[in-house]
Write a protein that binds this ligand. Structure first.
Ligand code: SF4
Ligand code: SF4
Length: 147
């Protein structure tokens, strides 16, 4: 007897648009501003977040128009997920692109975001909107708890 493999265990390239969207855990970590060291190319996360993020839900407030409103907002693709080592280590796309399992708190495994909230994965409520931080002061907001 064969058992159907859950879609999140299939290769990213095989997912349909609805499956692809469902794979995102909604952590919004990728919406945090980052700084890159010009000499080493190392990327540092800050706890300053895009102005369009809804802090209460950790969801994008302009998702369908995000590329027009925020040109630097990166649209994740299977190719990007496989190569972008700046994506958070918890990112479902990055994990699956590297053939790793989803974390146990992932909403697809748990049914909702309760466990990921408990694990402090969502950043909406703890991040500071970029509207309140001068770009020259971003360096003061570097954090070390996102790998
Ligand atoms: S536009 Fe939306 S998805 Fe893009 S960085 Fe901002 S909040 Fe995140
Ligand atoms: S880091 Fe990955 S899983 Fe989290 S919101 Fe961004 S794309 Fe989705």
């Amino acid at each position: 007897m064969s058992r159907e493999v859950p879609f999140w265990q299939r290769p990213l390239e095989s997912l349909n648009p609805a499956e692809w969207e469902a794979l995102c855990d909604g952590c919004a970590r990728c919406c945090l501003q980052k700084l890159e060291d010009e000499e080493t190319a190392e990327v540092y996360y800050t706890h300053v977040v895009c102005r369009y993020l809804d802090p209460a839900t950790s969801r994008c407030g302009c998702y369908s128009e995000r590329s027009e409103k925020v040109p630097e907002c990166v649209v994740v693709t299977p190719e990007l997920a496989a190569t972008a080592d700046w994506l958070p280590g918890t990112c479902a796309y990055r994990l699956r692109a590297n053939n790793q399992p989803l974390p146990g708190w992932h909403p697809l495994l748990r049914g909702d975001q309760t466990d990921m909230k408990r694990a402090d994965i969502m950043i909406g409520e703890i991040a500071i909107s970029e509207e309140h931080v001068h770009p020259d002061e971003l360096e003061d907001h570097i954090i070390d708890w996102i790998d």
